[in-house]
Design a protein around this ligand. Structure first.
Ligand code: ACO
Length: 154
């Protein structure tokens, strides 16, 4: 596991890191629907931004990770795991009872990672990606159609 990752809340005046957000969510139109009501946390290693995640308040009990991404150069070194744990800590400090995350049926690695840190599958939004994204999304040789919703009690 990599040492020295620091997370910071993005301030109002700072630029939204769309280049990173678009890696996790290929539609700027979809990002625009949640970003204004969310808090963005950026992750830094030796002063360089290496990733970020976005927390969206669903209700008093629940917060959702709407977007989580690690710069491609830094993937596979444990930073995604650090960011997921950081998001859970922030949600707990916020008094939330549960944290949720949604990902595509085709995102096999992400489904593995989220369950590894303790999320359980709690729902499926059938045809979410077909209905909300203009272009078909192909991943791991299958079409991304449905959103798998995972929940972790805090
Ligand atoms: N494919 C296969 N395995 C993966 C993937 C993947 N895409 N992502 C993580 N894993 C596995 C790793 O191999 C590792 O396995 P191990 O513990 O057995 O060695 C484990 O998950 C932990 O991986 P980390 O190194 O902690 O994760 P990483 O720093 O690579 O970050 C992330 C994971 C954020 C998914 C990153 O791969 C990424 O930015 N991907 C592109 C954007 C994306 O798909 N974001 C999520 C979309 S869903 C959403 O945003 C709500």
């Amino acid at each position: 596991m990599i040492d020295g990752i620091v997370t910071k809340e993005l301030k109002d005046k700072e630029a939204i890191p769309y280049d990173l957000l678009l890696i996790a969510d290929p539609s700027k139109a979809v990002i625009e629907k949640y970003i204004a009501d969310s808090i963005i946390y950026t992750a830094h290693l030796k002063g360089e931004m290496v990733g970020c995640y976005v927390l969206y308040p669903v209700d008093k009990e629940t917060i959702e990770i709407k977007n989580i991404v690690v710069d491609e150069k830094f993937q596979g070194q444990g930073i995604g795991t650090i960011l997921l744990n950081d998001a859970m800590d922030k949600a707990k400090l916020n008094g939330r009872k549960q944290i949720i995350i949604g990902t595509g049926n085709s995102s096999i690695g992400q489904l593995y990672l989220y369950q590894k840190v303790g999320f359980r599958i709690t729902g499926i939004k059938a045809d979410f990606f077909k209905d909300n994204y203009e272009e078909p999304i192909m991943e791991n040789g299958i079409e991304c159609r449905d959103m798998i919703v995972l929940t972790k009690e805090l």
